[in-house]
Design a protein around this ligand. Structure first.
Ligand code: ADP
Ligand code: MG
Length: 342
């Protein structure tokens, strides 16, 4: 096949493809491959283009043995490594290289492994505590009624923590499952917020915080899933109570409909603001990652699982909305939820 017809053929392929001629120079290259190796590849010696010993060895092996080889190629793209699986195949006097980007699949695999490791760790801690107390209750503390009472209290606390973790894991997987399905109901946000705040009264009075709801004039129905929006605002207001208690006050505000540039349309905004310790800037971008907490110990003490904001993020993205977190150390935290209308 001549160069021209080879070029026409591979230009239609979505994968990066290179053809090396019998003279060891690049005989054809498609558009996708120039994204990896840069422009003007034609006629260059393949070693000066490909540079990685593993790949060059595979090409010599194909040349000598005539059998196809599979190898890997790692491309540094700015901050990120792209990992390719490369098929090096003989094609008459030529050699054809096809690059398959495996980066996303490898990252997904890594995320899955990290997630399982995190879940196991989170469950193991309360389980270890429970097993320890069961042993103590069966032995040394058997006849000490006071100690028994105290230990049973701690055991109930640890068991509750595991329940919360399992509940949050189930919510997360449910939310991820229907993330692509747009909510069909219409929700009265003002009523929903006041019922969430009412439901949190026990926590509010225990933390000695007052939660104030202000409606700046939104009586519109917002397209949304009421159950999920209850989850969003319960978690945000609960966080403000738990982590912002030193500010003694939480302000929940429902803002009127306004144009939102990033959402390319009208949206209503709910802000949840506390005046507590705030969050250092370098944590903010990571808060919505699963299990990410600023202070592990403190989160566990107040009954946190580290999954709340991950669930919030998925629900808001299902609603095609936006979550914005602003915070200043010593000043407090303001979380804004934008939900598109229409
Ligand atoms: N209003 C807030 N003020 C200070 N820190 C907060 C606030 N909201 C969330 N955080 C931090 O973000 C972390 C993640 O929140 P979340 O995902 O809801 O987990 P959890 O509440 O289970 O700890 C919390 O552990 C806490 O460190
Ligand atoms: Mg939370």
């Amino acid at each position: 096949m001549n160069t021209e017809s080879a070029l026409i053929l591979i230009s239609g392929l979505p994968l990066p493809v290179l053809v090396i001629g019998a003279d060891a120079r690049i005989a054809a290259a498609n558009e996708a491959v120039t994204a990896v190796f840069g422009p003007d590849l034609m006629g260059r010696h393949h070693i000066s283009v490909l540079r990685q010993p593993g790949l060059i060895a595979a090409i010599s092996a194909v040349r000598q043995q005539g059998a196809r080889q599979i190898t890997r190629y790692v491309h540094r793209d700015g901050q990120k490594d792209l990992r390719f699986r490369v098929t090096v195949a003989p094609a008459g006097p030529n050699i054809v290289l096809t690059f398959e980007d495996q980066t996303a699949a490898e990252e997904a695999g890594q995320m899955r492994r990290d997630f399982v490791a995190n879940v196991s760790h989170e469950l193991r801690t309360p389980l270890t505590a429970l097993l320890g107390f069961i042993e103590t209750l069966g032995g040394a503390a058997r006849d000490d009624a006071q100690a028994c009472d105290r230990f049973l209290g701690i055991m109930a606390h640890e068991a509750n923590r595991m329940t919360r973790l399992v509940d949050d894991l189930l919510s997360l997987s449910r939310v991820e499952e229907d993330e692509r399905v747009r909510p069909k109901e219409h929700v009265d946000l003002a009523a929903l917020l006041s019922s969430v705040i009412k439901g949190l009264e026990p926590q509010t009075s225990a933390a000695d915080v007052s939660v104030v709801l202000t409606n700046r004039g939104t009586d519109e129905m917002v397209p949304g899933d009421a159950g999920q929006l209850v989850q969003v605002f319960t978690n945000l207001i609960e966080n403000a109570i738990k982590y912002g208690a030193s500010g003694a006050k939480v302000e929940v505000t429902l803002h009127p409909r306004a144009h939102h540039q990033r959402l390319r349309g009208d949206a209503v905004c709910v802000t949840v603001e506390d005046f507590g310790d705030g969050i250092a800037a370098h944590h903010i971008a990571r808060l919505t990652e699963r299990f990410y907490r600023v202070d592990n110990h403190r989160s566990r003490q107040v009954g946190g699982t580290g999954l709340g904001l991950a669930i919030v993020k998925h629900i808001i993205s299902r609603h095609r909305g936006r979550l914005q977190i602003e915070s200043e150390l010593g000043r407090g935290t303001k979380i804004s939820v934008y939900l598109p209308i229409s």
